[in-house]
Design a protein around this ligand. Structure first.
Ligand SMILES: [Zn+2]
Ligand SMILES: [Zn+2]
Length: 344
């Protein structure tokens, strides 16, 4: 009944726009506001006016979950042992983003996919820049699981497209001991001559992309997994391998009738590793280690875990835990970073 109502609403919407366009000035119709205008060259399908309304997360207050506002969540004790190192999101989950994501996820408007992927790509570029600067600085007492920073907001500059290059990033320096910057330091300590050429800027990059799976029931209902589509779009654009690492055994979205404890327990059981793709993970790890066999045990595999919305982070945490456990079984050290479209 609801679907039928949605179909009728969509039909009326389209009809109105078609009539409007008959009398409208030349241009293209904006995907999100429906007006005829010059479309953005960067964000597929939308007009420049809509681009201006994107609620980018320009400054990060919580280094752990990437929130732009003060974050009481990440300072709680049980949040200190999260399976992922940090989360970064492209935008704040406001009414407009709720509408855009909803149009794609629940109403199946596939034309939103390139637009939403383009937002995620901005967040990807920002996290790469941010982590590269962390690696370059090699903060001496890097925090294993950084809590909410009490520091003032870190200005992202002009995100987008400029990345959030922070002066006070306290996120753990990833694979510190394996980074080029540290290797240069080690060389200096041994007194061996250094190259006169400027050392290349250490470039942080994930080794592979994976995503939060949906249950078979949900997949049948929606026809696609939005996190998978976003992850695949990002991976293709950034030339990263995408690995279908996880399976969802339990649908955790409808558990409002459960107690908090029950929800946590359900979440623990909700995901499992997709055994068929474990070999791919091993291959990526071996490929990463191949150029320098000595680094095989010191350079963790960096995985970028994708989802559409970060609310409490418990879904991403549960997924990450399953991946870390698989890594332990395979004897592969893994670091997980999560990248989400919106932070609620
Ligand atoms: Zn528009
Ligand atoms: Zn937080």
């Amino acid at each position: 009944m609801l679907n039928r109502l949605n179909d009728i609403t969509d039909f009326v919407h389209q009809l109105t726009h078609r009539i409007h366009n008959l009398f409208a000035p030349p241009g293209s119709t904006c995907l999100t506001c429906g007006t005829r205008a010059v479309l953005s060259p960067t964000y597929p399908g939308i007009c420049t006016r809509c681009v201006k309304q994107i609620p980018w997360i320009r400054s990060i207050r919580c280094q752990r979950c990437g929130r732009a506002i003060g974050c009481p969540d990440c300072i709680r004790p049980h949040m200190q042992n999260r399976s992922f190192i940090c989360n970064r999101s492209a935008v704040q989950y406001n009414a407009l983003m709720k509408e855009w994501i909803g149009m794609y996820k629940f109403r199946g408007h596939e034309r939103y996919a390139p637009l939403l992927t383009s937002l995620l790509i901005q967040a990807y570029q920002a996290i790469c820049e941010e982590m590269s600067s962390v690696v370059a600085k090699e903060t001496p007492a890097s925090v294993a699981h950084p809590a909410t920073s009490a520091s003032p907001p870190v200005d992202a500059g002009l995100h987008p497209p400029s990345p959030r290059t922070s002066t006070d990033v306290r996120v753990q320096a990833p694979s510190a001991h394996a980074s080029p910057a540290v290797r240069v330091h080690a060389q200096a300590a041994t007194g061996r001559p250094q190259s006169l050429l400027p050392s290349p800027k250490p470039r942080w990059r994930p080794d592979a992309v994976t995503y939060v799976p949906v249950s078979d029931e949900r997949l049948a209902e929606r026809g696609f997994n939005q996190a998978e589509r976003l992850g695949a779009g990002l991976a293709a654009a950034c030339r990263l391998p995408v690995v279908d690492l996880l399976q969802r055994r339990i649908n955790t979205t409808k558990q409002s009738f459960k107690t908090r404890g029950e929800r946590i327990e359900t979440m623990k059981e909700a995901f499992s590793i997709n055994r068929g793709t474990v070999d791919i993970l091993r291959e990526i790890y071996m490929g990463k280690a191949a150029p320098n066999r000595l680094r095989i045990h010191s350079s963790p595999l960096r995985l970028l875990l994708i989802d559409d919305i970060y609310t409490t982070g418990s879904t991403l945490d549960a997924c990450g835990r399953v991946i870390l456990n698989a890594g332990l079984t395979l004897n592969i050290p893994i670091e997980i970073y999560t990248l989400t479209l919106a932070r609620s």
